[in-house]
Ligand binder design. Structure first.
Ligand code: PMP
Length: 462
């Protein structure tokens, strides 16, 4: 892999014998002198090698990464071995790495960085501006009236002074809504931030964060950001939860998204509760879309042993730009999250806006939720009528299986002013598009663009 940041691509390379990272890491070193090796004589190993170990049942991939200085040192002996074998091009490949001076070291290599961060790339959801944007599952009906009022009428202090340290008024309002105590609640700068705080609060480096796959794509990223190990477990057919393999991992944190993103499907409550009761570590249930499902586990979490539920004000409450997320759980766990979260995470205007919508605009929110559900069922029906495969969604989006390359659909729909979220080769579903639900005229624009592209390429569903 000869890119500037080869490690970033490493998690995506799954079918390989050995992967060579960076220009100094010539494959020829692997042939003769580093890592996995296919030339060394076996010296009768078969006589000594006996008994199976667990490694015999695991598919593993090695990677090899040489610093420029190491490549320079290994160049001569590697070239000697290659020449002896009669492979002059191999020898040349090794010798090409023979010179190295510090001044040639790329800047990135000299910068002190955490090893765990080499495999992390900045988040890129591919969200270029688009006339009809159905790509991010936010509230597409505009801001609630009470929020507009807060933003027009705020005083200078909410800009010039620090906000409250732990957002106590917001905690109280959520506590009243969910019939739990304020001590059962922690807040954050979006639920993204809360996921990060939860991992930081409970995991040591190298602990496992388990989750079903496919699910919310930021979970493995937050796991890596905290030097923990992402442990995905494939979902069963039709995105059903595979509880036993998840439990068997005995992970420090088991993350479940309910309803699940990107499938929109709802894991059976009994399966989720079984995981909550039997898991070895913390169970983190992401209810970002639970407002649209009409079923939740936040109240259960407050009296549980080890379950934490995540909520966000980015979706049903229409506040993604203001960034407010929440954790609900037993008091002793919430106390730990408050420590790892740090102060001032909810900004002053965001807290005021959240309070306004919770206190004055519940009816507005409920009406939007009802409209989303209605339009979600209507879109599902329209797609079914076109022979497109969908999965029963309990969220504010619908996943549709498309018969060919999701990236082509994405490009063609965008060319017609409509953005959705493409998923290439989604495990268990193939090429898919995820369509956020908004007012029906937006969905109509999607459908007419979809039909146009379908006429050009065909809409065969897999
Ligand atoms: N969880 C899930 C399942 C999501 O889909 C999202 C947003 N895409 C988030 C969490 C993060 O939301 P926020 O940080 O805006 O609260």
């Amino acid at each position: 892999v000869c890119t500037r940041e080869p490690r970033v691509l490493l998690p995506q390379l799954r079918a390989a014998g050995s992967i060579f990272l960076g220009a100094p890491s010539s494959v020829v070193f692997g042939d003769y002198i580093t890592g996995a090796n296919h030339v060394l004589p076996t010296a009768g190993l078969a006589r000594a090698y006996s008994g199976l170990s667990t490694l015999d049942f695991v598919r593993w991939v090695t990677y090899q990464e040489l610093t420029p200085a190491a490549a320079a040192r290994l160049a001569a002996p590697t070239a000697t071995l290659a020449s002896a074998e009669g492979l002059p091009a191999h020898a040349t490949a090794a010798r090409l790495r023979a010179t190295h001076s510090d001044s040639e070291t790329p800047h990135a290599r000299r910068t002190p960085r955490r090893a765990a961060y080499r495999a992390i790339a900045p988040y890129d959801p591919g969200r270029l501006p688009c006339a009809t944007d159905l790509s991010d599952n936010t509230n597409l009906f505009g801001a609630a009236p009470s929020i507009r009022k807060v933003l027009h009428e705020h005083d200078d202090a909410s800009i010039t002074r620090y906000p409250s340290v732990y957002a106590p008024k917001l905690k109280q309002a959520i506590a009243t809504l969910l019939h739990v105590a304020p001590e059962n609640i922690s807040t954050g700068c979006g639920s993204d931030d809360v996921i990060d705080s939860v991992i930081r609060a409970f995991c040591e480096p190298r602990d496992r964060v388990a989750y079903p796959e496919p699910t919310f794509g930021m979970v493995p990223v937050f796991a890596r950001m905290n030097a923990t190990v992402p442990a995905p477990v494939p979902l069963d057919a039709d995105f059903a939860l595979a509880a036993d393999p998840l439990l068997a991992l005995r992970a420090r944190i088991t993350y479940l998204c309910r309803p699940n993103n990107p499938s929109g499907t709802q894991f059976a409550r009994a399966d989720v509760l079984r995981i909550c009761e039997d898991a070895a570590g913390i169970v983190l249930i992401d209810e970002a879309y639970a407002d649209f499902a009409g079923e939740e586990l936040a109240t259960y979490a407050a009296t549980s042993q080890r379950t934490i539920v995540l909520r966000t004000m980015s979706k049903a409450f229409g506040m993604a730009g203001l960034r407010v997320g929440l954790a609900i759980g037993p008091r002793d766990l919430i106390e730990e999250i408050e420590k790892s979260r740090g102060p001032y995470k909810v900004n002053a205007l965001a807290e005021q806006a959240a309070l306004a919508v919770l206190n004055h605009d519940r009816a507005w929110v409920d009406a939007r939720i009802a409209e989303v559900r209605q339009n979600r069922d209507r879109l599902t029906h329209e797609l079914d009528a076109r022979g497109v495969r969908t999965w029963p969604s309990r969220a504010n989006f619908v996943l549709a299986g498309v018969g060919f390359d999701a990236s082509i659909w994405n490009r063609e729909l965008r060319a017609r002013g409509v953005a959705v979220r493409p998923f290439a080769d989604l495990p268990g579903a193939g090429e898919c598009l995820r369509i956020s639900i908004g007012p029906w005229p937006m969905i109509e624009r999607f459908l007419s663009a979809f039909d146009e592209v379908g006429r050009q390429y065909g809409t065969r569903s897999e």
